[in-house]
Write a protein that binds this ligand. Structure first.
Ligand SMILES: Nc1ncnc2c1ncn2[C@@H]1O[C@H](COP(=O)(O)OP(=O)(O)OP(=O)(O)O)[C@@H](O)[C@H]1O
Length: 319
């Protein structure tokens, strides 16, 4: 497409946002964002993660120009988005979680209508085909399932051929097949050079899709990096792994040579070893199984996931 990849399409620095006076708080102001930093680039998927109430929606609304800002700076495609004109909006696609679609409209007619408002829309038939919208093309939006509505909302965000795409929980309500279709499309759009910014509570999604991740907590950016960078952080147990296996309950989990690992039965029949493993440790464990005549029903070994990092860093008290 001739679009230089990696160029920032959204830059947020030290973003502050105050709301209020809030009637529920005796008319006090509240500081919802107190220093969010984020850079999203073209040709990349940038994921914004945070616990409930961390400030994700507020950050995205400030980035899209739907809310003013009270400090710091936001640049969307080089412009301050709040109060920007139609020209900037035409270059940006937004998919909201509940779609915001008119309930009486029919999907394909709606998409053609939206396309007619843009100078260079995407091919509606191709989008309809890609997202499997054909099978419910003439059903009114209000009668669609959540997952079908989600696919129409994605098509509606894309039909104007945006350079930047905001997705709020893109796989919410999707069955595994639809999720796969949506993920493939997101990856293709990224490869075309779109800058994609998404929020999700599904850390699997972020782990699979995101080129770069920002974690916000209590209105501030608390971590940033690629998934491998974040999961390799040097916390105490970060370099360690976890091995779990299922076997008959009540085994005595003490094996000579494995004293340096934590070895517990964390629920009946599920045993977990964690710490710094060496290949010799695995041989000792297998030797113990052999001597005790244990054939585990399942064995699973994993390194730290994005979920572990997320739980460490965010939502310490449940907001
Ligand atoms: N209009 C408002 N009035 C009062 N408080 C608000 C308002 N909008 C947001 N907040 C508060 O600001 C904080 C951040 O909200 P925000 O919706 O940005 O969080 P979020 O990370 O998107 O959460 P979720 O994952 O639950 O959608 C929350 O504590 C929320 O209660």
């Amino acid at each position: 497409m001739g679009v230089p990849n990696d160029e920032p399409c959204l830059t947020i620095t030290g973003l502050v946002r105050d709301l209020g006076p809030v009637p529920g708080l005796d008319g006090k102001m509240i500081r919802v964002l107190a220093g969010v930093d984020l850079t999203a680039r073209r040709g990349q998927v940038t994921a914004l993660l945070g616990a409930n109430g961390a400030g994700k929606t507020t950050t995205l609304e400030c980035a899209q120009g739907l809310q003013p800002i009270d400090g710091g700076d936001v640049r969307l495609l080089g412009e301050a988005p709040y109060g920007a004109g139609a020209e900037l909006r035409a270059r940006v696609g937004v998919m909201l979680q509940d779609g915001g679609l008119p309930p009486a409209a029919r999907p394909v007619a709606l998409l053609r209508h939206i396309a007619s408002m843009y100078r260079e829309p995407r091919d509606v038939d191709e989008l309809v085909h890609r997202l499997g919208i054909n099978s419910f093309a003439r059903t009114g939006i209000r009668r669609l399932s959540g997952g079908q509505r989600q696919r129409v909302a994605l098509a509606a965000a894309l039909v104007g051929n945006p350079e930047v795409l905001f997705l709020d929980e893109p796989s919410a309500g999707l069955d595994p097949q639809s999720r796969q279709i949506v993920f493939e499309l997101i990856q293709e759009l990224r490869d075309e050079g779109l800058g994609i910014i998404l929020t999700t509570h599904l850390l699997d999604d972020a782990q699979r899709l995101a080129d770069y991740v920002y974690i916000i907590d209590d209105g501030r950016t608390v971590a940033r990096g690629t998934v491998p960078e974040l999961t390799a952080r040097t916390e105490a147990h970060a370099a360690g792994r976890e091995l779990s296996f299922e076997a008959p309950p009540g085994l005595n989990p003490s094996v000579a040579g494995l004293e340096h690992l934590s070895f517990t039965e964390d629920s009946p029949g599920r045993y977990v070893l964690s710490g710094e493993f060496t290949p010799a440790d695995l041989a000792r464990l297998a030797g113990w199984w052999n001597e005790a005549g244990i054939l585990p029903d399942s064995i699973h070994m994993a390194s730290r996931t994005l979920e572990d990092v997320f739980l460490e860093l965010s939502g310490k008290e449940n907001r």
